[in-house]
Design a protein around this ligand. Sequence first.
Ligand code: PLP
Length: 463
Amino acid sequence: MNQDELNRWSKRAADWALAYHAGLRDRPVRAPLAPGAIAARLPPAPPETAEPMEAIFADFERIVPDGMTHWQHPRFFAYFPANAAPASMLAEQLANAIAAQAMLWQTAPAASEMEEVMVDWLRQAVGLPAGFTGTIHDSATTATLAAVLTMRERALGWLGLTAGLSGQPRLRLYASAETHSSVDKAARVAGIGQENLVKIPTGADHAMDPAALEAAVRADRAAGLLPAGVVLCAGGTSIGAFDRIGETIAIARAHGLYSHVDAAWAGSAMICPEFRALWAGAEDADSIVFNPHKWLGAQFDCSVQFLADPAPQVRTLGLRPEYLKTQGRDEIVNFNEWTLPLGRRFRALKLWFLMRAYGLEGLRTRLRNHVAWAREAAEALRRMPGVAIVTEPSLSLFTFALAAGDPATEALLARINDDGRIYLTQTRHRGRFVIRVQVGQFDCTRADVMTIPAVVAELIGAI
Ligand SMILES: *Cc1c(COP(=O)(O)O)cnc(C)c1O
């Protein structure tokens, strides 16, 4: 394939994309497939000789779309969204065309400088004070790992990097059980160990109990352990729990601990001033992660980490072997030193396109609608006999269950997802199997959201 053919097929792909998006409402949201169905349609070995693009494209159309769960479907209410606003898709196409590797300023000056400016645009958009800088990672998992490694090295006086962890004091991290499993993964792979991630109990408000945190830190110190950091939950994945951010960070600071706020989902909502009370005190954090690739509309992947001071993280992750030195340019930022991978994509472009094409006000309107419609759907479900709202809407996320018990709720969820008009997922809350509803797909309408109670009302009779 050459550039002329690329041009021709790109136009064909753009036409295909238009039809795909226009037809989404007619497709089942979740792929109605048995495991192995797609693999069985692919040849077991690669071709020795070139195949015509006509054949490749025809197979794509035949095999792939029906084998997908449609994340851009307006009735996708599962997990959290992975919104790709059309303007951000266009930016991704342009970044793909340039195909740069943005590891150093000099390997992609526009990407590096735009990343600095876009992180600052987002800082202003979510109402954080000047002084926070930051970077763009692939995922919140990576950002949280970067923060946990920084906690580790800061506590060890940067000895872990050189001497390794054996012989060092036993490190301790703190978080509530509402934080995402990426925190557990970070504790595991950072060599701190799952057993040293202390899960602080939560109160009736689902927030980490700050007094319990303080007691745990004191007890660990007294036992000769080394408290390193706290990960705070600002919009948990299960039910949307929020820690009391300001109060909890104050305790972390008083004990010299590094603080990282996981706002991977809810960070997008902070572009609306009326929601900022939920994370009040975030401005005192050392590190905050938020995924514009979830609710905001920047095509996956795009995870922003704000840093009050980048120095400890750069000291932890940055390495400058001779071949990566950029001679005589001390004023520039080489973002690979802020993140785990060396190679980096040009992710800032889609933020630039997104914020300009919709404006913050256009994005706010979408998020406000989602929150209002989620509440409306929850009220409609609450009025249904036999249905209980188990956790109240946190922004646009709530859970419900059937009064008849877990097996009935599980059966209802299976019927809903086999039906295909909407897609919901589950979680367990205080031992109970509950159905999770989140509203946030970029193009969903009120009618799409009100399909949720309509489908439940229709299918509940058969349980
Ligand atoms: C989605 C999510 C994550 C993980 O995000 P990735 O970018 O997929 O790694 C972490 N924390 C919370 C609260 C999330 O909602």
